[in-house]
Design a protein around this ligand. Structure first.
Ligand code: PGA
Length: 251
């Protein structure tokens, strides 16, 4: 299956259609008295999408009261109150600015004792299933080809699990966050697996800038491989890559 690719001149323009699709899903489900289930991502990439969703809430009356969310991943060892945790990120970048019920927002718990991690991961997958499955999963992509924190090598069957972070990812994340200090970046995380992500009804991967152009090309054009986890999205029936011109420049 080939991945649908949509290219826009800027990321601000690119996310308009994505936010509109999410808004349409939320409103359609609300009209039926049902929940919309969103899979959400952290990192610098989706911030512009969350800004647009907040604008739709504040200026166009989009309500998140019937929205349930499941985030992709969380650093292991960081509490949700830590300013580099993904729970904290989601609260400050999106949840605090809309009328979502925080009890319906799920982020893997990075503080589970080590011996209970496997059980907590299985429960995360079970909770997604019990909610009816993810309707739209938003993804970023790392320069290693990771989606969520699924670093290469990673097969398409993996479920929510604990992973050791790749050195390139630790470096990238220290540069962008953690006050630039590599030693402050946790060395492992809990992440939805590639298989968990492939279960979503629709997947939308966002990427901006020319430093993502190589990995976007590998993900879209090369045969699916464990060495580029995002390439497994080629096997998903409804995946769209939403790119700016720079990220699409090598396609
Ligand atoms: P970024 O990270 O959005 O900060 O580029 C993406 C990712 O690592 O998945």
């Amino acid at each position: 299956m080939s991945i649908k690719v949509t290219v826009s001149p800027t990321k601000e323009q690119a996310v308009k259609a994505v936010a509109a699709e999410i808004a349409a899903l939320i409103r359609a489900r609300a009209a039926e008295g049902k929940e919309a289930i969103l899979g959400l991502a952290t990192g610098s990439t989706p911030v512009v999408l969350y800004k647009e969703l907040i604008r739709l809430h504040k200026e166009e009356g989009l309500s998140f009261k019937n929205v349930t969310t499941f985030n992709l991943d969380e650093y292991y060892g960081l509490p949700g109150t830590h300013d580099q945790s993904y729970r904290y990120f989601m609260n400050t970048e999106l949840f605090d600015h809309v009328d979502i019920d925080k009890n319906k927002t799920h982020v893997p718990n990075g503080m589970v004792p080590q011996e209970q991690v496997a059980e907590a991961c299985a429960k995360y997958d079970a909770d997604i299933k019990a909610a009816g499955g993810v309707d739209i999963q938003i993804l970023g992509i790392g320069r290693t080809g990771h989606i969520g924190f699924n670093e290469p090598p990673c097969g398409p069957e993996t479920r929510t699990h604990q992973v050791k972070l790749d050195e390139l990812t630790i470096k990238d994340n220290a540069r962008l966050f953690f006050h630039g200090k590599i030693e402050e970046v946790p060395t492992s995380a809990v992440t939805m697996g590639v298989g968990t992500i492939l279960d979503a009804k629709k997947v939308i991967l966002l990427a901006w800038g020319e430093n993502k152009a190589d990995i976007i090309k590998r993900s879209v054009k090369d045969a699916p491989s464990e060495m580029c986890p995002a390439s497994w999205l080629q096997q998903h029936p409804d995946t769209e890559f939403v790119l700016d011109t720079a990220a699409a420049s090598k396609l």
